[in-house]
Design a protein around this ligand. Structure first.
Ligand code: TGC
Ligand code: FAD
Length: 394
C-alpha cells in the first residue's frame, strides 16, 4: 500500500495548520466571533482603552452572538462544546482581554455559579436575561486582604430569621459598578456560601477602582456591603464550601487558556506585518537574522499554546479535564502570551508603545491576566502539588 503525503502549505497565521483539526461547525463559530471582533471591537478598542471605558455597550450584541454562557445548557444559553467556547474566547481576546473578561465574568463566573450551584427558580429568574446580555453580572470573591487565599475572606453573612444579613467588602471586581447583579461569596456559620445580590439592594454600594494601567477597557470595582438584608431565595442553595467558587474559577481559567492564544496571535501578526514593511538600514526589519529569530520564537509560542488549548478543550469535552490540567494551561499560555507581547513590542520600535497598534495594549492587559484567576505562582503550586504530592501553599 502506498501512502500519499499531502504537503501542507505554510500559512504564517496558522503555521502548524491547527485549524485542520477543527470541525466545520467549530470553524463557523470561530469565524463568526472573529468577524464580530473585526467589525465591532477593533475600530473602537484603542479609544475605549485610552478613555478607560468598559465595552458594556456591546453586551446585548454579545448576547445575540450567543457567547454569554455559551457552553451552558438550557435557559437561553447556546449549549456549545467547550472547544467552541474556547475558540470564541480566543477570538474575543485577540480583540482585547477586556472583552474576553466581560464575557468570562458573565458566562463562566456569574452565570456558571447560578447554573451549577443555584436553585431551579434562580436559574429561571436570572439566566435567560444574562444570556441575552440584558442583565450584567459580576463575581465577588477577592477581598483587600484575601486574593490568592480566598478561604481567609472576612465578608460575613449571618442568618436573621429566614433572611441573611451581609457585611464586608470585595476588591478588584470586574464589571462591579456596571453589574445589575453580583454573585457574592461570604463566610457563614455553615461555611463559605454564595449569594445573589441585585444592584439595588439597600446597603450594597460600589466604587470604581481608578489609576489602573492594565485592562483599561474593563471596569474594575470595589463592592461594599453594609448590613445588606437578603431573602432566603438569594442563597445559592447547593454551594456549601470553598469548592463552589473554586469550581467557577475552573471555567473562567479554561477561557483564559484560549484567550491568551488570541492575544499572542494578535501581537505576533502585528509584529510580522510591521517587520515586513518597516525599512531599517535599507532593508525590511524582517530581513535581519536577529529579527527572524524573534518571529520564529513568537510563532512557536503561539502555535504551542494553541495546541495546548485545543488539547485541553478536547479533554473538557470528553469529561477528563482536571483543575490541575487547567492550571498548566493557564500558567503556560499566559506566560507564553506575555513573552510574545514583550518581544513584539520591541520589534515595533517606538510604534510598539502606541495604541495605534494592538501590542502595548495586549502587553499591559496580560499583566492583569497573569495575576487574576490565580497568579502564575498559585498555578505553579497547584502543578507542583500534583507532581510531588506535597502541598506547598502553607
Ligand atoms: P483547598 O483546601 O485546596 O480546597 C478547598 C476545596 O475546594 C476544592 N478545590 C477545587 N474545586 C474545584 N476546582 C478547583 N480548582 C479546586 N481547587 C480546590 C478542594 O477539593 C476542596 O474541596 P472539599 O470538598 O474537600 O472542601 O483550598 P485552599 O484554601 O488550600 O486554596 C487552594 C487554592 C490556593 C488553589 C485556591 O484558593 C485558589 O485557586 N486561589 C486563587 C484564587 C483565585 O484564583 N481567585 C480568582 C478570583 S475571580 C477573578 O480573578 C476573575 S478575573 C476576571 C476574569 O476571569 O476575566
Ligand atoms: P496576593 O494573593 O496578595 O499575592 C501577592 C503575591 O504573593 C503574588 O505574587 C502571589 O503570586 C504571591 N503568593 C500568594 N500566595 C502564595 C503562596 N502560597 N506561595 C508563594 N507565593 C504566593 N477577583 C474576583 O473575585 N472577581 C473579579 O472579577 C476579579 N477581577 C479582577 C480584575 C483585575 C483587572 C485584577 C487585576 C484582579 C481581579 N480579581 C478579581 C482579583 C484577582 O483574582 C486577584 O488579584 C488574584 O487572585 C491575586 O490576589 P491578590 O491580588 O490579593 O494577590
Amino acid at each position: 500500500m502506498t501512502t500519499t503525503i499531502k504537503a501542507t502549505e505554510i500559512r504564517p497565521e496558522d503555521f502548524l495548520d491547527i485549524d485542520s483539526r477543527l470541525s466545520p461547525d467549530e470553524i463557523a463559530i470561530r469565524d463568526t466571533v472573529r468577524r464580530f471582533v473585526r467589525e465591532k471591537v477593533e475600530p473602537e478598542i484603542a479609544e475605549w482603552f485610552e478613555s478607560g471605558q468598559s465595552p458594556t455597550v456591546l453586551m446585548k450584541e454579545l448576547g445575540a452572538l450567543g457567547v454569554l454562557g455559551m457552553h451552558l445548557e438550557g435557559y437561553g444559553c447556546a449549549g456549545t462544546s467547550a472547544t467552541a467556547y474556547g475558540l470564541a474566547c480566543m477570538e474575543l481576546e485577540a480583540g482585547d482581554s477586556g472583552i474576553r473578561s466581560l464575557v468570562s465574568v458573565q458566562g463562566s463566573l456569574a452565570m456558571f455559579a447560578i447554573h451549577r450551584w443555584g436553585s431551579e427558580e434562580q436559574r429561571r429568574q436570572w439566566l435567560p436575561s444574562m444570556a441575552a446580555g440584558e442583565v450584567i453580572g459580576c463575581f465577588g470573591l477577592t477581598e483587600p486582604d484575601a486574593g490568592s487565599d480566598p478561604g481567609s475572606m472576612r465578608t460575613r453573612a449571618r442568618r436573621d430569621g429566614s433572611d441573611w444579613i451581609l457585611n464586608g467588602q470585595k476588591m478588584w471586581i470586574t464589571n462591579g459598578s456596571v453589574a445589575d447583579v453580583a454573585v457574592v461569596w461570604a463566610q457563614t456559620d455553615e461555611g463559605i456560601r454564595g449569594f445573589i445580590v441585585p444592584k439595588a439592594t439597600p446597603g450594597f454600594t460600589t466604587q470604581v477602582i481608578k489609576k489602573k494601567l492594565s485592562l483599561r477597557a474593563s471596569v474594575t470595582s470595589e463592592l461594599l456591603f453594609n448590613d445588606v438584608r437578603l431573602p432566603a431565595e438569594a442563597l445559592l442553595v447547593e454551594a456549601t464550601s470553598l469548592r463552589a467558587p473554586l469550581s467557577c474559577l475552573n471555567e473562567a481559567r479554561y477561557g483564559i487558556v484560549w484567550g491568551s492564544v488570541g492575544a499572542a496571535r494578535s501581537c505576533f501578526e502585528a509584529a510580522l506585518k510591521y517587520a515586513g514593511e518597516r525599512q531599517v538600514f535599507g532593508k525590511p526589519v524582517a530581513a535581519y537574522q536577529i529579527q527572524q529569530q524573534k518571529l520564529a520564537l513568537m510563532a512557536l509560542a503561539t502555535n504551542r499554546s494553541y495546541l495546548l488549548a485545543l488539547h485541553l478543550g478536547r479533554m473538557k469535552d470528553e469529561g477528563t479535564l482536571r483543575p490541575e490540567h487547567v492550571s498548566m494551561g493557564k500558567l503556560g499560555n499566559v506566560n507564553d502570551a506575555l513573552e510574545v507581547a514583550r518581544t513584539a513590542r520591541q520589534v515595533l520600535g517606538a510604534n510598539g508603545i502606541s495604541l495605534e497598534y494592538p501590542v502595548i495594549r495586549h502587553m499591559v492587559n496580560l499583566e492583569s491576566v497573569v495575576t487574576y484567576e490565580g497568579t502564575a505562582d498559585v498555578h505553579s503550586l497547584v502543578i507542583g502539588g500534583a507532581l510531588t504530592g506535597i502541598p506547598a501553599f502553607r
